[in-house]
Design a binder for this molecule. Structure first.
Ligand SMILES: Cc1cc2nc3c(=O)[nH]c(=O)nc-3n(C[C@H](O)[C@H](O)[C@H](O)COP(=O)(O)O)c2cc1C
Length: 182
């Protein structure tokens, strides 16, 4: 199965990227790609008429994947711009975009006690507009995220690992069952 991992942050100590790497490693029997969303320009109608190569490549990877996993922090009670921008690119043409009927799920994380719940709710609203298939699940929010990661950058908390693995296993089953493959 081809899976696209979309991170909401790209700095050198990004917990989202760390979790994305953990997922890629856990799902090594699948083809997981962590997209470099931070290299995409801001969406514009002009650029959409003459797309830069990396945008074309990103849109192709959205089109070809079986499912999408967004792993993101919450920024100011919402979705980080880098992730929202990638969704905006992939959302055209409206209602016929590569995101249509694409299974998607979300993992949000934060230091705070709600684990990015507002970003997760906003992602659901946004990906509803693209007619994506939102994985109906026990939502995965990771709270106090720094405590879940050790000095080597690994996920050290067994409960967090278990919750991530359970979520991924269920998403794979869901995607096989409900995903539309060509
Ligand atoms: C611009 C900005 C806004 C933030 N807003 C929130 C917020 O609204 N709620 C929250 O829980 N954390 C907020 N945070 C904290 C991050 O979500 C948190 O540190 C997260 O773990 C960072 O993830 P990362 O390591 O993947 O970048 C914000 C951080 C930044 C940089």
């Amino acid at each position: 199965m081809k899976l696209l991992l979309l991170s909401g942050s790209f700095h050198s100590k990004s917990k989202s990227l760390l979790i994305a790497s953990y997922i890629k490693n856990y799902l090594k029997d699948h083809d997981c790609d962590i997209s470099a969303l931070n290299t995409l320009p801001f969406y514009s109608e002009d650029l959409n008429l003459d797309k830069p190569d990396n945008v074309t490549e990103f849109l192709r990877s959205v089109d070809k994947c079986d499912g999408i996993i967004c792993i993101t922090p919450e920024y100011n009670h919402s979705i980080p711009a880098v992730l929202k921008n990638s969704i905006d690119w992939a959302s055209r043409p409206a209602f016929k975009s590569p995101l249509k009927e694409k299974p998607v799920t979300f993992i949000t994380q934060a230091e705070g006690s709600v684990g990015g719940a507002r970003a997760q709710a906003h992602l659901k609203l946004v990906l509803d507009s693209t007619l994506s298939i939102i994985f109906p699940s026990h939502e995965l929010m990771i709270t106090s995220v720094s405590k879940m990661v050790d000095e080597n950058g690994d996920i050290s908390d067994p409960d967090t690992k278990r919750r991530i693995i359970n979520h991924l296993d269920a998403f794979i089953v869901f995607t096989k069952r409900f995903g539309v493959s060509d």
